[in-house]
Design a protein around this ligand. Structure first.
Ligand SMILES: C[S@@+](CC[C@H](N)C(=O)[O-])C[C@H]1O[C@@H](n2cnc3c(N)ncnc32)[C@H](O)[C@@H]1O
Length: 195
């Protein structure tokens, strides 16, 4: 079973098991945008936990129909789609969130490429992940693999490298076991050289 099917099956229990997403690191990421944030996507957004924390009007994109049903039941707008093939036009979004989700996605370069493609110049990609070199990170890696997830985790430095290779100017805005990296799309001219 892949991670998407697993989350589809867990959707009814997901919000009972998870604490609310933290507002402060997501707000710090949004503050890095060099343009007004009108349109935001929560990619791998599941039941809308991160969208609810930061901006309820954020559109939740996910590949698990059960997770999207839960998000809709809480009033979120949703779009079904894979993070490597976002059903969204080029240069049409001001901010993207990927919270506790990238490690469940098999093609990290493909995801970063899609975030870059859909973001407008001055837009931001905010990724919240877990550092597998910390003590709780090591426990999480073991627990997710024992639970049958195919999770692949990055250190903050490795995720910075991944975003920079995808054309973003990247920065860590919140460190520790749970950390937040923000990638900014610099300018029109810069963007045309990537994607
Ligand atoms: C741990 S949940 C996180 C959900 C939400 N971001 C949160 O913070 O609560 C991971 C989510 O990623 C989704 N996911 C995994 N692979 C995906 C992919 N390739 N495209 C879109 N969503 C994906 C799963 O369906 C699941 O809803």
């Amino acid at each position: 079973m892949d991670d998407i099917s697993t989350f589809d099956g867990l959707a009814r229990l997901y919000d009972l098991a998870m604490p609310p997403a933290r507002y402060a690191p997501l707000a710090a990421g949004l503050a890095r945008a060099r343009r007004p944030v009108h349109r935001a996507l929560d990619v791998g957004g599941g039941t809308g936990r991160a969208a609810a924390a930061i901006r309820p009007e954020t559109v939740v994109v996910d590949a698990a129909p059960g997770m999207l049903r839960r998000a809709r039941s809480k009033g979120h707008s949703t779009v079904a789609g894979d993070a490597t093939r976002l059903p969204v036009a080029d240069d049409s979004v001001d901010a993207t969130l990927v919270v506790d989700a990238l490690h469940h996605m098999p093609d990290h370069h493909g995801v970063v490429g899609e975030l870059y493609r859909v973001l407008r110049p001055g837009g931001v990609a905010i990724l919240r992940e877990f550092d597998p070199t910390t003590l709780p990170g090591r426990a999480l890696v073991a627990a997710e693999h024992a639970g049958g997830f195919g999770s692949t985790f990055h250190t903050p430095a490795a995720l910075l490298d991944l975003l920079e290779a995808g054309g973003f100017a990247a920065d860590v805005v919140d460190g520790g076991f749970g950390y937040t990296v923000v990638g900014t799309v610099e300018s029109e001219g810069h963007k045309s050289g990537h994607g």
